[in-house]
Write a protein that binds this ligand. Structure first.
Ligand code: ZN
Length: 350
């Protein structure tokens, strides 16, 4: 295994390389039309994977799908999309065939991945009151079909471990805000749903059942609080990757405690990590603000991953240093890994 000690590292990129280097943000949610945001992405040399999610704060799924298709048609070289399905009513006869038909249609229409979401495990119940978990046999034919077709599954299962803590004990400001605003997902107050470790274990049992499934554990596979756990996950599932979406502050918090350890994680798993933000733009009314916020996020993240600068975050109090990752590692995390996984995405021409 190549390590810094065994092979010479390429020098890191500089801040003015930001525009020159092609980058992929592999986890965003784009809705409506977003001309300013799309111009910003072009200027910043960012390509995008927009992900449909069955989330009440987002438009209905049919709307999300037609928006995603419109983005891909208008910007085939810049935007790709991931489809999803509604897990509601999954105990009903005929549900599975309906979902398989829908997914096949979306894949034929150009979707490059299928998202499964935390509603499985934290929101869906059968008529008898039982919580529906991701390792339920009813999902086996669907994952079997995706495994056979080589389709990437993006799995957001469970939540940050902070969701199972009281608000004042959460490590990141954004988590304190999110779970205050969305008490429904604040699992500390919802012992009627499975525990954090039960969510993780259900996801792992599903992966045990589908060893060839190409899986991305989005949000650092919900193991964001401890990169040792992420490393164990990646070692145990060779066909799995992780994305960094909305969890970079957790990485930075760990870097504030032990930067070398965090850096070693990125070097060891340089082929299995996708750059991603989870930026969500809800339509024209948010276009300008979303463009500005995305630009700031993309620049901050670039600085953290490429430079050795001492930085501060609004998410927690302590300072931390950038990881100063070698160029070839940055190229993989920002582009190569996503292109390998989503080989039909971001095509030129059309
Ligand atoms: Zn997301």
């Amino acid at each position: 295994m190549p390590t810094a000690a065994l092979s010479a590292e390429q020098p890191p990129y500089r801040s003015d390389d930001f525009v020159r280097v092609e980058k992929i943000d592999a986890h965003v949610h784009l809705h409506g039309t977003l001309p300013t945001f799309m111009s910003r992405a072009a200027e910043d040399n960012i390509r995008l994977l927009t992900i449909n999610v069955n989330y009440a704060d987002f438009p209905p799924l049919a709307q999300q799908r037609s928006d995603a298709l419109a983005f891909v048609r208008a910007h085939p070289h810049r935007v790709a999309f991931a489809t999803t399905f509604d897990a509601g009513g999954s105990e009903q006869p005929g549900w599975e065939r309906k979902v398989e038909r829908q997914l096949a249609g979306a894949l034929d229409a150009g979707a490059v991945a299928v998202k499964v979401w935390k509603d499985i495990g934290m929101q869906q119940r059968d008529g008898d009151g039982r919580a529906v978990m991701i390792d339920d046999p009813r999902f086996t034919p669907i994952f079997g079909m995706l495994e056979k077709r080589g389709v990437v599954v993006l799995g957001h299962l469970g939540e940050p471990r902070n969701a199972w803590l009281p608000i004042p004990e959460m490590t990141i400001r954004g988590d304190r805000e999110y779970f205050t605003a969305h008490p429904h997902y604040h699992m500390f107050s919802h012992s009627e749903w499975p525990t954090y470790e039960q969510q993780i274990a259900a996801r792992d049992r599903m992966l045990d059942r589908h060893p060839k499934l190409r899986f991305v554990g989005v949000h650092l596979a919900s193991l964001e609080w401890n990169l040792d756990r992420v490393a164990d996950f990646l070692r145990r599932y060779p066909n799995a990757s992780v994305d960094l979406a909305a969890r970079l502050p957790h990485v930075q918090l760990q870097a504030s405690l032990d930067r070398d350890k965090v850096r070693r994680f990125f070097l060891e798993f340089q082929d299995r990590i996708l750059y991603a933000t989870d930026i969500a733009c809800q339509g024209p009314q948010e276009d300008s603000a979303c463009a500005a916020q995305a630009h700031d996020t993309w620049l901050d993240d670039w600085r953290f991953l490429t430079s050795a600068d001492t930085m501060q975050s609004t998410e927690f109090a302590t300072a931390f240093r950038g990881l100063s990752l070698p160029r070839d590692v940055i190229d993989k995390i920002y582009q190569g890994n996503a292109r390998r996984l989503f080989s039909r995405a971001w095509t030129e021409g059309h």
